[in-house]
Write a protein that binds this ligand. Sequence first.
Ligand SMILES: N[C@@H](CCC(=O)N[C@@H](CS)C(=O)NCC(=O)O)C(=O)O
Length: 163
Amino acid sequence: MSSEKQETAAVRVLGRWPSPFVIRVLVALRLKGVEYELVEEPMGNRSELLLASNPVLKKIPVLLHSGKAVSESLIIVQYVDEVWASQGPAILPSDPYARAAERFWGQYVDDKFPSAIRVLRERWPETRTKLRLRWPPLCSTWKRPSSSAEKARITSAATASGT
Ligand SMILES: N[C@@H](CCC(=O)N[C@@H](CS)C(=O)NCC(=O)O)C(=O)O
């Protein structure tokens, strides 16, 4: 995105790779064909913008839409679905019961996913390395590498993991 666009981007996502919660929001925006800017949050450090935008939970992702902040990935996805309702495919079904079922599974994944990853990391530390090696090539389809050094890192990670 050009620097001119960055100044005026109406939709920004405060996030970081490879957070599945952030990816969920980016998928929703892409499905709707909404242009956005991904503002990378530093690892292990919360930016002033994040603290101001999500002062209660202080977590990514946060969607900034024309300066208004929306937090929590499932809530953001529903917000995107409603705001850009006439654009792209509907993310949630229109039937209230089917919507409730989708929300149930979304919430279920959120409740179980973090603890499942924690168990994997603790029990099989080598899994962590394998995941790390495999994720950058997957993620590169979402965020174009910005420098040749980054491209080289992704390529060597893909080679090492055999992808
Ligand atoms: N329930 C939240 C979970 C978001 C979340 O756990 N984000 C992590 C990154 S994957 C985070 O910001 N962690 C920082 C922290 O917990 O301090 C959502 O769905 O958005």
